[in-house]
Write a protein that binds this ligand. Structure first.
Ligand code: N01
Length: 536
C-alpha cells in the first residue's frame, strides 16, 4: 500500500507542459501541485525574452485546444505571435482556469528519491520542505538548458556577455553599441534583424550557415479569428494527424517527379506563403529523400543570392556542407535582408574558428574584434539536459543520468523509465519532432488516462518494461534513419542528434517517425491496458 502523500502528483515546470499536465490531472481528480524555479508561469516563454523572440508556428495550433473558454476569449494579434504575446496567453490560461492556486513559484526541486517501501517519491524543494507524492512528472522543457560556446576565456571579457536564453529580465539596451553575435540557430536568426537597426556595429560570427525560410506575420482580423474559432476542432484534428503537428496539407508529389519549371513555381509559391509551408507543402519527400532535399537547398541558395547584395556574403550564407532539413528548419523575419545594412558584417568562423574571448572582444585566428557586447545564441543541451541535471534516484539507488549513460534516453515512448516507477515525463527524449503544443497536450491527456487507469485498477506502480524500452530505442532509431535529418544532421552537427554538445553521445534525441505515428503507439498502449508500462 502507498504511504501518506502530500499530493497525488507533483509537476516540475509551469510552461506549456506543466499547464497542460495540471489541467488534465485536475480534471481526472488528482490533487496536483506544479512547482517552478522561476517567478512566473511560461517556461520557455518566460525565460526567453531576447530581442525578436517569437513563435515560428502559426497561432491556431501553437496553443491549447482543451479549453473552450480560452479559445473563445483569447484574441491572437498576429500569425506568429511574439514571445511576449505567448507569455500573456499562458498567463491568461492559468488565470482563466484558476490554476495559480495549484502552483508554487521561485521553488526548485533539489532532488527526488523513490521510496520503494512506501511507493512514493520524496521530493526535496529549495524552500526546505520534502513532499511525498505518488506521481512525479517532469515538465521541465526540452530546449531549456542553455549551453555556452566551447571557446576559452569567457571570464576575461570586460564588456557585457549575454546568452539568448538567459537574457536580463528587464531587457538590455544595445543602442549605439558594438555587438558581436555567436550562433545562428532559431534564436540568433531572430536576434539579428531585431537588433541591427539600433546597434552601432553588428558582427555576426557564423560557423554553420542555416537554410532559413522566409516568414511574414500579418495581423489577424476579427473575421479571421471568428473563422479559426468556428473551425477550431478540425484545425486541431488536422494538426494532430500531421507528422509535424501543423495544420498543413501534406504534398502529394516528389520534388523529382515534376519538371524543373513546375518545381520552381511550387517552391516560389510556398516560399511566398512563408514559414513551414515551404518545408511541408511543396513536396512529399523533402524530409525523406536526399536528392529532393538538395533541390530545396538549391532553391534556397538561389533566394539568398537574390536577396543579399554582396556576393561574398551571399556565398558565405549558403549552406554547402549539408542539405535542407539537416538542421531544425528555422524561419526568418527579414533575416537575409539584414546583411545589406552597411554596419552589419558576416564573419566566417568556420574556415578560421573563434579561438578565444579576450578583454576587448574575441579573436578569430589572428584578428581581434573589439566589442562592447557579445551575445551567445549557442543553444541548449536539448531533450536530455534538464533530466540529466536532476538528482533523480529510482530503484536501488540508480540515478536517471546513469540510465541515460547506458543509452536508454527515451524509455518507453519518451514517457516512462524502467527503474523509476510513477515518474512520468511530459515531452521526454524521443517524443515527436513537431510543433510542440500538439504532442504536449496529447501527452498530458495520455498521462492522465494512464494514472486514472492505474488508480481505477489498483495498480500501484507505472513503469516501463525493459522490453518496451528496447523496442522504443530501436523504433526511434529506425524512424530517424529513414529520414534525411539523420545523415544531413550528422554533417550539420544538429542538436536533434546531440551533436551540438561536446562529449554527448550521438543519439536521436527526438522521434522522427511522425507525430501521428507516435500518437497511434500511445493509443495502442492505452488500449492494451498500459501493459508495457506495468513492469515487472
Ligand atoms: O540554438 P541552435 P538555438 N562558434 O543549437 C553556434 C528552438 N527555438 O537557441 O551550427 C561559432 O540551433 C552553432 O553553430 P554550429 C528550435 O527548436 C525555437 O538557436 O554548431 N558558433 C549554431 O549556429 C531551435 O532549433 C524558436 O556550427 C557556435 C548556434 O550556436 C532550438 O530551439 C526560437 C559555437 C546554436 O544554434 C535551438 O535554437 C529559438 C562556436 N564555438 C529557439 N558554438 C522559435 O522560433 C555554438 N555555435 C519557436
Amino acid at each position: 500500500m502507498t504511504g501518506h502523500t502530500d499530493y497525488d502528483a507533483l509537476v516540475i515546470g509551469a510552461g506549456f507542459s506543466g499547464i497542460a499536465t495540471l489541467h488534465f490531472f485536475r480534471e481526472a481528480g488528482f490533487k496536483t501541485l506544479v512547482v517552478d524555479k522561476e517567478a512566473e508561469v511560461g517556461g520557455t516563454w518566460w525565460v526567453n525574452n531576447y530581442p525578436g523572440v517569437r513563435t515560428d508556428s502559426e497561432y491556431p495550433y501553437y496553443s491549447f485546444s482543451f479549453s473552450k473558454e480560452v479559445r473563445e476569449e483569447w484574441d491572437w494579434s498576429e500569425r506568429y505571435p511574439t514571445g511576449k504575446e505567448v507569455l500573456s496567453y499562458l498567463k491568461f490560461v492559468v488565470e482563466r482556469l484558476d490554476m495559480r492556486k495549484d502552483m508554487l513559484f521561485n521553488t526548485a526541486v533539489n532532488n527526488a528519491a523513490y521510496n520503494e517501501t512506501d511507493k512514493v517519491w520524496e521530493v526535496s524543494l529549495s524552500d526546505g520542505r520534502t513532499l511525498r507524492v505518488k506521481y512525479l512528472v517532469s515538465a521541465m522543457g526540452v530546449l531549456s538548458r542553455p549551453i555556452w560556446p566551447d571557446i576559452p576565456g569567457r571570464e576575461k571579457f570586460k564588456g557585457e556577455m549575454l546568452h539568448a536564453a538567459m537574457w536580463p529580465r528587464e531587457g538590455f539596451d544595445l543602442k549605439g553599441k558594438r555587438v558581436g553575435l555567436i550562433g545562428l540557430g532559431a534564436s540568433g536568426l531572430q536576434i539579428t534583424p531585431t537588433i541591427a537597426p539600433e546597434v552601432a556595429e553588428l558582427k555576426v560570427f557564423q560557423r554553420t550557415p542555416n537554410f532559413v525560410v522566409a516568414a511574414k506575420s500579418p495581423k489577424t482580423t476579427p473575421e479571421e479569428l471568428a473563422k479559426v474559432r468556428a473551425e477550431y476542432d478540425e484545425i486541431w484534428e488536422r494538426a494532430a494527424g500531421h507528422p509535424f503537428g501543423v495544420d498543413m496539407v501534406p504534398a502529394k508529389y516528389s520534388a523529382k517527379e515534376v519538371s524543373e519549371e513546375e518545381r520552381r513555381r511550387i517552391f516560389e509559391s510556398k516560399w511566398d506563403e512563408g514559414g513551414f509551408h515551404f518545408a511541408n507543402e511543396c513536396f512529399n519527400d523533402l524530409a525523406t529523400d536526399h536528392e529532393s532535399a538538395e533541390l530545396a537547398s538549391e532553391f534556397i541558395r538561389s533566394k539568398i543570392r537574390e536577396i543579399v547584395k554582396d556576393p561574398d556574403t551571399a556565398e558565405l550564407l549558403c549552406p554547402k556542407d549539408y542539405a535542407f532539413n539537416g538542421k531544425r528548419v528555422p524561419t526568418g523575419f527579414n533575416y537575409y535582408e539584414t546583411y545589406n545594412l552597411p554596419h552589419v558584417q558576416l564573419i566566417d568562423a568556420k574556415t578560421t574558428p573563434i579561438t578565444e574571448f579576450t578583454e576587448k572582444g574575441l579573436k578569430v585566428g589572428d584578428t581581434e574584434y573589439e566589442l562592447d557586447v557579445i551575445i551567445c545564441a549557442t543553444g541548449f543541451d536539448a531533450m536530455t539536459g534538464n533530466l540529466t541535471n536532476l538528482e533523480l534516484v529510482g530503484r536501488n539507488g540508480k540515478v536517471l543520468r546513469e540510465k541515460f549513460a547506458e543509452g536508454h534516453i527515451g524509455g518507453n515512448l519518451g514517457i516512462s523509465y524502467n527503474g523509476f516507477p510513477n515518474f512520468l515525463v511530459a515531452l521526454g527524449p524521443q517524443t515527436p519532432y513537431s510543433n510542440l503544443p500538439v504532442p504536449i497536450q496529447l501527452g498530458a491527456q495520455w498521462m492522465a488516462d494512464a494514472i486514472s487507469f492505474a488508480r481505477d485498477n489498483g495498480i500501484e506502480e507505472l513503469e516501463a518494461t525493459p522490453e518496451s524500452e528496447e523496442w522504443w530505442a530501436a523504433e526511434s532509431e529506425r524512424a530517424g534513419k529513414a529520414t534525411v535529418m539523420y545523415e544531413q544532421g550528422k554533417k550539420a552537427k544538429a542538436w536533434f542528434l546531440g551533436d551540438n554538445v561536446p562529449g554527448k553521445p550521438r543519439q536521436l534525441q527526438v522521434y522522427m517517425g511522425g507525430g501521428q505515428v507516435y500518437q497511434e503507439f500511445c493509443r495502442q498502449a492505452k488500449e492494451d491496458g498500459f501493459r508495457s508500462f506495468r513492469a515487472p
